[in-house]
Structure formats: structure tokens, C-alpha cells
Design a binder for this molecule. Structure first.
Ligand SMILES: [Fe+2]
Length: 542
């Protein structure tokens, strides 16, 4: 009856083991710790099923075996210890791929690996290989039955069977870890792609590409080298990470260094021993004092041409880059190429638009010989003031565009009024003062110019509400309009007019300052004064 109960208990434990992999691995990110958990569980069950008190599981790592699980007195200190693959009974089992059973052997010639460290002097040893298609990947070793009896053929059959199951479970853990890793990379790549493509600013795309390279490759430093279209050289546009910023100084000739080789050959490079790679450009390490251990480097292609090289340097934690890293990096480089191309196209489009706007503004300016160069100066002064504004001065490109276009409405003012310098009749004055509205009307059909229109319309408004066309006051006037208003006035004061001579910088500054709080926003005037004092605003002769 007792024997039957013991059998049933054994069966019960075995059934538990059946779902051990699920219980231990399910819902977890599988790594070495989870595999150790699986091994510990197996060992505990094996010892229990074979009524054994001391045992261990060793797993192969290269040409050594590592104790990954151990039970019995003093056995814990074995964990992590390594033995050569050919040593002792473990070595014999690994070599033959067959189980070993010694019964009542004194002074076993092929000693157990466990006895030295634990003080056990086993006379009975049972060891079985854990095999997969690649050969022996580990060994289960049992050395002492609890009743002091030798191991039996039944124990041997049991341990061999369980070694087979363990091998399957380890393979399952491996597959799970692999697919989880892949899923993590997919998710990360999707995130990185979103981040890369959520801006059209070229500099920002480049910065994000660096960050993505560092994060995806789990590297210390990431960098993006771009091909200089004129010289064909490669240069580090940005570099992040510790000491990374110093890489900005470096230029490589096409073909020079590992990155240069990648660009010239249009091929990726995975180098885990940089020091011994003859392509390595030592100068870079000397300049940066940065020790490059390993790197992965891929070309960035746009329209079939190499436009740059994406580089990740030094795998974190002292590890090596893998073929899988390289594949993931290639995918990232495609995404970076698309984001760079989009940003480049957008930049070109914007530049074309700004140039067209500037040409249009210049055509208007040409009508009035006294205001030559006015637009250019207002753009300069406005930008200088914005740089000195305390707090956020907003989108400076928008400010520049609004400054270029601010007087475009003058195109609709008849010459007889526009060219008159003084002595306007009330009607003429009204016509003249319509130019902010005419300008806003011109841009009415360009949806993207909504804010620029608002700024143009308000550039003659005054802080105290006495301006035109809407009589807006204070912060109801867009900040950029308040800035252009000061820049516009400063240029008018400092240029010759038929009815008066130009004022000098100090006099003009005083006049603007005097109107702070009435005509002009005091905050903008303060920024203007600071820009004058730091030399950011000088009277431009152009
Ligand atoms: Fe104006």
C-alpha cells in the first residue's frame, strides 16, 4: 500500500513537472534567471523522484560546464562554478553522450565534480546527458540517495527520461526568449519609426536617429555620419552619449576608417574586435580619448545612394554585437533614410516658399527707392530681438517669414500714394494704412499661413491700443507682430528719409525706449535694448 502511495506521489510530481515550463516561463520575459528557475525546479523534482539528497545540473558554455542548479549540503556554493568539458564523470558523460551509473565504487577514478567542493565522497553516482540536436548541452548529476542505497536501473531510466524533457523545455525557453526578443525589437522599431517620422526638422531627425541607434543597439554611443555632397567626405553631424559630443570634430575621407569603408563599399560592418581591425581609424580614438571596443555600422541609403552611415559603438555591459543586432540596425537605417529624405524635401519646399516670398517682397520694395534693404534689416533686427526675449519667443522661422512679408500689402497701394513721403490727405492716409489688411488678404487662401497672416495684419498695432487696423492692445497683439513693430520703427528712425536725416544707434535706441509701454511692448523693448548692448543689433548699412 505504501509502495502504491509512493508511486502515486511520484506520478503527481511528474505531472507537476509536465507543466513546469508553463508555470515558470509563462507571462515572463525569459532570460537566464528564468532558465535557472526551470533548472532548479527540475533538479528538485528529480531528487525527489529518485529519493536523492545531493545533485546538480551543469549547462555547457563553450568548452566548459557551469553549475546552474545544485541541491544538498553545501551545494549552493557550486552555483556559477565552471569545469572543463573533459573533466571527471561529467566530461565522460558529455563525450559519450550516455548516462553513467557507478555503484559502490571506492576511489572512483573519474571523480564526480561535485564531491571536491561539497566534501561528499560519493560511492554511488548517477549522471545523464542533456542532449539536443547540437549534442550534449548539459549534464544532470546525482550522488547520494537518501537511504544510502545505490542508484538503480529504474533511477537511470527516470533521469534519462527527465533529461530528455528538460532538453525540450530548455529549447522551448530558448524559442520563447528569442521570439520575445524579436517582439520587443519590433515594438521598439515601431516606436522609433514613429519618433523619427514625427518631425520634419532635419536637425531633429538627425538627433533622433542617434538616440534611436543608441537605444536599439543597447550601445554606449550612437552616431550618424553624413556624406558631404561637395567633398564626398564623411562627417559626424551629431553624436550622443558620454564623450560623444567630441566626435563632432571628426571628418573621414570616403573609404577611411570602418565607417568610411561602409560608405564606400555600401556594405554593413559588424566588428567585435575593433583594435585588431585594420580598417579602424585610430585617429578618432586619439582625438576623443574614447576607447572603441566594438561597433556595428550600416550604410544609410537614399534613392540608391549612400548618404550617410549609422554607427553604434560599444555594446553596453561589455557584451558583443550580434548578427541579429546588425539586421535590426539595417531596418533602422531604412527608417532613418526615409525620415531624412522627408525632412530634406520639406526643408527644400519651405526654402522655395520663403525664397518666393522674399522675391515677391523685394519686388514691392523696389517700388520705393527710399526703403531699399528695409525688409532684410527688419528680418535681422526682429531675429536679434527674439533671441534676447525672456522666455519662449516662439517659432523663429515663422517670425522671419512674417518679417519678410510684413509690408507685402503695399503691392495693392497705388503709386501716387505709396511714393508720397508726407502730406497725406485723410483719404490717402486711410489707403496707406490699409496695407496690413491687403497683405493679410493676399495670403488668405494659404491655410498654412494663418499665423503669419495674423502677425502681418497686426504689425502696426500699438501696445496701448492706438494702432491700426484693429486697435488691439497689449498681449492681444501677437508677440511676433510686437517684435516686428519695434524692428520696423528702429529701421525707419535709422535710415535717411527725404524729410529728415537718419538717427544714430544711441538716439534711435533712446527713442524706442521712450515709447516702451505706450507704442511698444516693454518686454520687447527690453529685449531690443539688450540686443543693442550686446552688439546683436548694429545699424546695418545694407
Ligand atoms: Fe508696414
Amino acid at each position: 500500500m505504501d509502495a502504491l502511495r509512493a508511486e502515486l506521489q511520484g506520478l503527481n510530481k511528474f505531472l507537476h513537472l509536465e507543466k513546469a515550463n508553463l508555470d515558470i516561463l509563462r507571462g515572463k520575459q525569459v532570460g537566464p534567471a528564468e532558465v535557472d528557475g526551470l533548472l532548479a525546479y527540475y533538479l528538485k523534482t528529480i531528487l525527489s523522484l529518485t529519493h536523492t539528497t545531493v545533485g546538480s545540473i551543469l549547462i555547457r558554455d563553450g568548452d566548459q560546464f557551469v553549475f546552474r542548479a545544485a541541491r544538498g549540503p553545501g551545494a549552493q556554493k557550486l552555483i556559477g562554478k565552471r569545469i572543463p568539458e573533459s573533466e571527471g564523470i561529467i566530461g565522460g558523460v558529455a563525450k559519450s553522450g550516455k548516462a553513467h551509473l557507478s555503484v559502490n565504487v571506492r576511489g572512483n577514478r573519474r571523480r564526480s565534480s561535485i564531491n571536491e567542493s561539497t566534501g561528499n565522497r560519493p560511492r554511488n553516482i548517477l549522471a545523464a546527458p542533456i542532449r539536443n540536436t547540437n549534442g550534449v548541452i548539459g549534464v544532470i548529476e546525482l550522488i547520494k540517495k537518501s537511504d544510502g542505497n545505490p542508484f538503480t536501473a529504474g533511477d537511470k531510466a527516470m533521469i534519462e527520461f527527465l533529461a530528455g524533457r528538460l532538453s525540450l523545455d530548455m529549447e522551448y525557453a530558448d524559442l520563447l526568449a528569442g521570439s520575445q526578443r524579436e517582439a520587443r525589437h519590433r515594438v521598439m522599431q515601431m516606436k522609433l519609426s514613429t519618433v523619427l517620422n514625427s518631425t520634419l526638422d532635419q536637425r531633429e531627425v538627425r538627433r533622433r536617429a542617434m538616440e534611436a541607434a543608441t537605444a536599439l543597439m543597447d550601445a554606449d554611443v550612437g552616431s550618424l555620419l553624413l556624406v558631404d555632397e561637395k567633398t564626398g567626405d564623411l562627417f559626424f553631424e551629431v553624436a550622443l552619449g558620454e564623450k560623444g559630443s567630441r566626435l563632432k570634430e571628426i571628418r573621414l575621407k570616403m573609404g577611411e576608417g570602418i565607417a568610411g569603408w561602409v560608405a564606400a563599399k555600401d556594405q554593413p560592418a559588424l566588428v567585435n574586435d575593433v583594435e585588431n581591425d585594420r580598417r579602424y581609424f585610430r585617429q578618432a580614438g586619439v582625438i576623443t580619448k574614447f576607447v572603441t571596443r566594438n561597433m556595428v555600422c550600416v550604410p544609410v541609403r537614399s534613392k540608391g545612394k549612400v548618404v550617410g552611415v549609422l554607427q553604434a559603438i560599444n555594446k553596453k555591459g561589455g557584451g558583443a554585437f550580434t548578427e541579429e543586432d546588425l539586421e535590426n540596425f539595417m531596418t533602422l537605417s531604412h527608417q532613418v533614410a526615409v525620415a531624412l529624405e522627408n525632412a530634406h524635401l520639406y526643408g527644400e519646399l519651405k526654402e522655395t516658399f520663403v525664397n518666393t516670398a522674399a522675391a515677391l517682397a523685394a519686388a514691392v520694395e523696389k517700388k520705393d527707392p527710399y526703403t531699399g534693404g528695409h525688409i532684410k534689416r527688419v528680418v535681422e533686427y526682429s531675429s536679434a530681438i527674439a533671441r534676447c526675449i525672456e522666455g519662449d519667443a516662439g517659432d523663429l522661422e515663422q517670425l522671419r517669414l512674417a518679417a519678410v512679408l510684413h509690408d507685402i500689402g503695399k503691392i495693392g497701394i497705388r503709386d501716387s500714394v505709396l511714393l508720397k513721403q508726407a502730406g497725406f490727405t485723410p483719404d490717402e492716409l486711410e489707403t496707406m494704412r490699409s496695407h496690413p489688411l491687403v497683405g493679410a488678404d493676399i495670403l488668405a487662401h494659404i491655410e498654412q499661413m494663418g499665423e503669419v497672416r495674423r502677425i502681418m495684419r497686426s504689425h502696426h498695432e500699438k501696445w496701448n491700443g492706438s494702432g491700426y487696423p484693429d486697435g488691439l492692445a497689449g498681449e492681444a497683439i501677437p508677440l511676433h507682430a510686437r517684435i516686428i513693430s519695434v524692428a520696423d520703427a528702429f529701421d525707419a528712425i535709422t535710415t535717411d528719409r527725404p524729410y529728415r536725416k537718419a538717427a544714430g544707434l544711441d538716439a534711435a535706441k533712446e527713442e524706442i525706449r521712450r515709447h516702451g509701454g505706450t507704442e511698444f511692448d516693454p518686454l520687447v523693448v527690453a529685449a531690443f535694448v539688450e540686443a543693442c548692448e550686446t552688439g546683436d543689433i548694429l545699424i546695418s548699412k545694407e
